[in-house]
Design a protein around this ligand. Structure first.
Ligand code: SAM
Length: 303
């Protein structure tokens, strides 16, 4: 890694070595997320803390002016110190509380360790298997973004399994109480995590009263992914519910999560089990997140 001295005297990435999604604008470094043809998100970068090309993707940790430290994969913002807790709490606590007594959890993806850190707040969980394809992501996040990753790194219940989530679930039967698919966008290594084949194998890895949740993208910019995810899950689970939260660093802010369950309904969850050491989710947020705006209900109008 070619490092040079930067303003703060810290060793930083040499600017000419950075991947193309870092742009120099008026002598400042910006991360330019190429979300879509007509929308590019710019984040002003204080320092590129690390930049590595793994066998799967460009892995970058940046320190930004407005979002704090961030994980960026192939030029796409994944999680930030400013607002990562919103997403990590919503995708973790909802299944952990919907299932009445989860003992064994599976995370697919989750490289920043935010989901594993949130699940570790539930003492009743005995085992948390985190299947992340890219070991470099985990290493870099534990080292450089402890605010998100720390709890997981120090919890002996968390088993880090560095392999493809699609291969891992294949053939697994009746193993997990809750499963969380904390994937990057449906491009690159994560594309397969949005396939019907994967969801069927994931379903089979759940126990008879299992609960799964996946991040189902933006209900505004990625309607097709959300609708397709719902229609697949409705084929295999009696209870499928989408819920929402606003994550400022994600395109369009509003984000969706889709829960699928064999037995437990989140709308009937025992919310007294919700832990209180959270920054975003509480009992009211838990319940209200399932109240959806009309445009989402109309989009879903499933016959
Ligand atoms: N919460 C953030 C979000 O929703 O964007 C971050 C998600 S986390 C960083 C996504 C992780 O999924 C990445 O670390 C990536 O390496 C991992 N991943 C992508 N494809 C995978 C696969 N096939 N199996 C396991 N992990 C995968």
């Amino acid at each position: 890694m070619d490092l040079t001295e930067n303003k703060s005297g810290k060793r930083a990435m040499a600017k000419n070595n950075l991947p193309k999604f870092f742009k120099e604008i008026d002598k400042e470094t910006w991360l330019v997320e190429d979300e879509r043809d007509n929308m590019k998100l710019h984040y002003r970068v204080k320092e590129v803390i690390s930049s590595e090309k793994s066998p799967f993707q460009h892995v970058n940790i940046i320190d930004s002016y407005d979002f704090g430290r961030c994980l960026v994969l192939d030029g796409v913002m994944q999680t930030t110190e400013l607002d990562g807790y919103i997403y990590n709490e919503m995708i973790s606590h909802v299944p952990a509380v919907t299932h009445e007594n989860p003992k064994k959890a599976l995370i697919i993806g989750g490289g920043d360790c935010g989901v594993a850190s949130e699940l570790s707040k539930y003492k009743e969980l005995k085992e948390i298997d985190m299947v992340e394809i890219d070991e470099i992501v985990v290493k870099e996040c534990i080292k450089n973004i402890p605010a998100i990753a720390a709890n997981a790194a120090n919890d002996e219940r968390v088993n880090f399994l560095f392999e493809d989530g699609v291969k891992f679930v294949k053939g697994k039967k009746d193993t997990y109480d809750i499963a969380i698919v904390d994937s990057s966008d449906p491009v690159g290594p994560a594309e397969v995590l949005f396939s019907e084949e994967f969801y069927v194998d994931l379903k089979n890895s759940l126990k008879k009263d299992g609960v799964m949740v996946c991040q189902s993208q933006s209900p505004i910019f990625h309607k097709d992914v959300l609708k397709r995810t719902r229609s697949i899950l409705k084929k295999y689970f009696p209870i499928v519910r989408t819920y929402k939260a606003v994550v400022p660093s994600y395109p369009g802010g509003m984000w969706s999560f889709t829960l699928a369950s064999f037995k437990y309904d989140p709308l009937k969850a025992n919310l007294s089990r919700l832990v209180s050491n959270t920054k975003y989710i509480n009992k009211e947020i838990f319940k209200s997140s399932f109240s959806l705006p009309n445009f989402m209900i109309e989009d879903f109008e499933e016959k």
